[in-house]
Design a protein around this ligand. Sequence first.
Ligand SMILES: [Ca+2]
Length: 368
Amino acid sequence: MSKRLLPLVIALGCAAAQAQSPQLETVVDGLKTPWSLAFLPSGEFLVTERDGTMRTAKAGGKPSAPIQGVPAVDNAGQGGLLDVQLDSGFASNRTIYFCFSEPSADKKTNSTALASAKLSADNKRLTDVKVIFSQQPKMDSRLHFGCRIVEAPDGKLFLSLGERGKAMQSAQTLDNHLGKVVRIGKDGSVPADNPFVKTAGALPEIWSLGHRNSQGLTLDEKGRLWETEHGPQGGDELNLISPKLNYGWPVITYGENYGGGKLGEGIAAKAGMEQPIVKWVPSIAPAGLVKLKSAKYGPAWQGSFFVGSLKFGYLERVKLGADDRLAEQEKLFEGAGRMRDVREGPDGLLYLVLEGHGKVVRVVPAAR
Ligand SMILES: [Ca+2]
């Protein structure tokens, strides 16, 4: 090979390497502000749209007509039909869970509610819809509903709840569900081993407190609960959630008031309050959280957390070391679009919900 040709060969080699990086592939489009998805055993998936519609879809197909039986949602502002999850026994019991902003009877206030329902065999309607949890108190607010649903291996449900953007100090007190992670049974009952069941004046569903607005919740392979939450103009967090602990909002934060200026005492640490494992300054507005089990993308990605960024429209990969300290962090697919949810499919691929584009996309591994 002549020396003159060599730079060209190197350049072509680099281009080929780029083409072999993971790529985004559209799975379904034509959705209106999709919020979350859950994979059905049939190969289809359920998808929620914030305006209150739930549909099924499958790769390469068109979204179905709206599934009947979804309760009325208050879809003003950040509210609407939000997270959806299948029961671990879905294949035999057809049960799903979904959360939404539930209007009060007079429609003047709202709060996040969690419902269970059965999906009909033809996927066309919900039956036996039961609201198994309603966040208290309801408020006149369009902000900070949370919410993500996780089923633990013991069958208990975790639900993350925002502090509604008003009366922020309520996240620090136990007489309400604002800014909390709660834990309930599938029938809405309170587990006897919840941390505050014997605390006078405390709402017994509370698992952890001091959260702002959490839109990421997932379990790792050890059954540990991880959560992301939005900070105020900085100070988004990845937290490892343990029962009874206080995650600090609004007393400690790495963020600041919108428009600038310190929040409260302007402190980021305090005894008795947990520090985030990872923090983002400035805010990326994290939504969707998964810890990737599959080896489809190779060893670097396996075991990494994947976090969607609403604000900057990319996917962030975060890998922790054995000591749970930040080890690797990278931005992927910059410019993809506002990312509301991140899931690992039964095929071991990452699926992303791009709300502004009305799409679900998946991450196709690099050719090897
Ligand atoms: Ca915190």
